[in-house]
Write a new protein. Structure first.
Length: 474
């Protein structure tokens, strides 16, 4: 029987990163991964690389270029005639990006001498996993033993009874990344991160998009001022966002979907050509046999872990989407690194207070730390500096004037408590704020840091100056 120091179950950004770090630390490591791509080939990378972060960003970038050429190029003096979208080419490009990156992970496994066990893993005891091979090579199930096991089995799309996914007219996020044409009328259930990103892609390419969101607040976890500004901008782009709209039923004929929803206690109906169900994701422990060997799950199906990602079994850890905390790829990866280091006898480190969030709409939305709303509820004394993107020279040059950056710091110590960005490239700009939070920095630290001119990052500098009411350009 094969035996390893560490067996990782799941090869997404949690699992593959954990496996690489384990191998770097000299531990003999295997990773069990059951994903098969559209060509029935085993691949690494999990949700993130195959049907999540990367393919969605590929389509967001393609559709952003299309929208720029159609609506903004003229402003720059660029006249383009006969602009047309080749959806097939866009999807092929996405596929090839995914293929390059997933093959890259396989290369990293070879480089680090990690054994990739292509199959489904199931606990048979607290240090034995049965691997049931997948793919064309197949073969019989076989057991492997490990001193330590890391569960990184991720998450799968949530479904709701009124809108059953049929992978034809009603799809989940995976289906929405593979439409072969632009639907004329598109419904999206859920105005969360995934619903807004995928709704934006198809809206930019010409679909009439209606987003139905059960909650009354738009983007509830986001800073209220920024969420309100983002809502207006997305509506202006053509997203028909209906809040307080709870979907109660759907009916399909072979061409279109009738969606029934309740809004203001009235029953409403719309008809669309495609419907994306984007109502969240749930932890994936299907066929894992975790409970059977004594690993506890909470009521929502997440594997119970302590602050160090230890499960209820001493040699078994769990990381990423399958445990509490934000369902974000970088959170999964950091937990993977920390667990690998702990297994190797090092301290490991994850700062859950310094995890950046990004929504890749345009403008992008990104934040780290707390919102004003949360701080008020906690009774914290704070100061806010706010700087409009429109006052940034670089933003003007780019023709991107929407949004703002807000910095919130402790009124007594000036420690940065939150940074909230709505603006172009917010996904990149947030990193400076994350570093500042990680280092327990103050708004004064950012205010005294020299920022290159002209850059968008100057807007973050100005927001820091604004905390002390000494912003120069606003
Ligand atoms: P996963 O990536 O889900 O990987 C789990 C892996 O485990 C899978 O490959 C699965 O096949 C395998 N597996 C499960 N059970 C078994 C088993 N028993 N045996 C063998 N293998 C098994 N996050 C971001 O941070 N940024 C983004 O921009 C972003 N965009 C997203 C866009 C979309 C459309 C979606 C759906 C998600 C997005 N996410 C994004 C979320 C991100 O993809 C997840 O947070 C991340 O993939 C979680 O990593 P993970 O390793 O925990 O799990
Ligand atoms: P997220 O959890 O960020 O992926 O967002 C999913 C969104 O879907 C949440 O904002 C939910 O309120 C929303 N949602 C869930 N069920 C329904 C429903 N039946 N109708 C409309 N919106 C829903």
């Amino acid at each position: 029987m094969k035996s390893f120091d560490v067996v990782v179950i799941g090869g997404g950004p949690g699992g593959y990163v954990a496996a690489i770090r384990c191998a770097q630390l000299g531990l003999s490591t295997a990773c069990v991964e059951s994903w098969l791509n559209d060509d029935n080939q085993p691949v690494l990378g999990g949700t993130c690389l195959n049907v999540g972060c990367i393919p969605s960003k590929a389509l967001l970038d393609s559709s952003h270029h299309f929208s720029f050429i159609k609506h903004e190029a003229k402003e720059h003096g660029i006249n383009v005639a006969g602009v047309a979208m080749d959806v097939h080419r866009m999807i092929e490009r996405k596929k090839s990006i995914v293929q390059t990156l997933t093959q890259g992970i396989a290369g990293l496994f070879r480089k680090n001498k990690i054994e990739w066990l292509k199959g489904h893993g199931r606990f048979i005891s607290e240090n034995q996993i049965e691997v049931r091979p997948v793919g064309e090579d197949g073969g019989d199930a076989f057991p492997v033993t490990a001193k330590h096991i890391i569960i990184a089995t991720g998450s799968v799309p949530m479904t709701i009874p009124p809108a059953q996914v049929d992978d034809n007219l009603i799809v989940d996020s995976t289906g929405a990344l593979a439409f072969t044409d632009v639907p004329r009328r598109l419904g999206v259930i859920g105005a969360g991160v995934i619903g807004l990103e995928l709704g934006s892609v198809w809206n930019r390419l010409g679909a009439e998009v209606v987003v139905l969101e059960a909650l009354d607040d738009f983007l509830a976890p986001v800073d209220r001022q920024l969420a309100n500004e983002a809502e207006k901008l997305l509506r202006k782009q053509g997203l028909d966002i209906r809040l307080g709209a709870k979907v109660t039923g759907t009916g399909c004929n072979n061409r279109e979907v009738t969606i029934t929803y309740e809004q203001d206690e009235a029953k409403q109906q719309i008809v669309v050509d495609k419907l994306i169900v984007a109502v969240g994701r749930k932890p994936n422990t299907q066929g894992l046999g975790a409970r059977e060997v004594g690993i506890e799950l909470d009521q929502r199906g997440f594997i119970e872990v302590d602050g160090l990602c230890c499960t209820t079994l001493p040699n078994v850890y769990a990381i990423g989407d399958v445990v509490r905390g934000p369902m974000l790829a970088h959170k999964a990866s950091e937990e993977g690194v920390a667990v690998a280091e702990r297994i190797a006898g090092k301290p490991g480190h994850i700062n859950y207070d310094a995890i950046p969030w990004v929504i890749y709409t345009w403008p992008e939305i990104a934040w780290v730390g707390k919102t004003e709303h949360e701080l008020k509820a906690e009774g914290v004394d704070y100061r806010v500096g706010s700087f409009p993107i429109a006052a940034s020279g670089r933003a003007r040059a780019m023709g991107e004037v929407d949004g703002r950056i807000k910095m919130i710091s402790d009124a007594h110590t000036d420690r940065i408590l939150g940074v909230h960005i709505l603006g172009p490239n917010a996904s990149e700009l947030i990193s400076e704020a994350v570093v500042a939070v990680e280092f327990d920095g103050s708004s004064e630290d950012i205010a005294r840091t020299i920022h290159a001119h002209p850059t968008l990052a100057e807007a973050l500098h100005e927001a820091a100056l604004a905390v002390d009411k000494r912003s120069i350009h606003f």
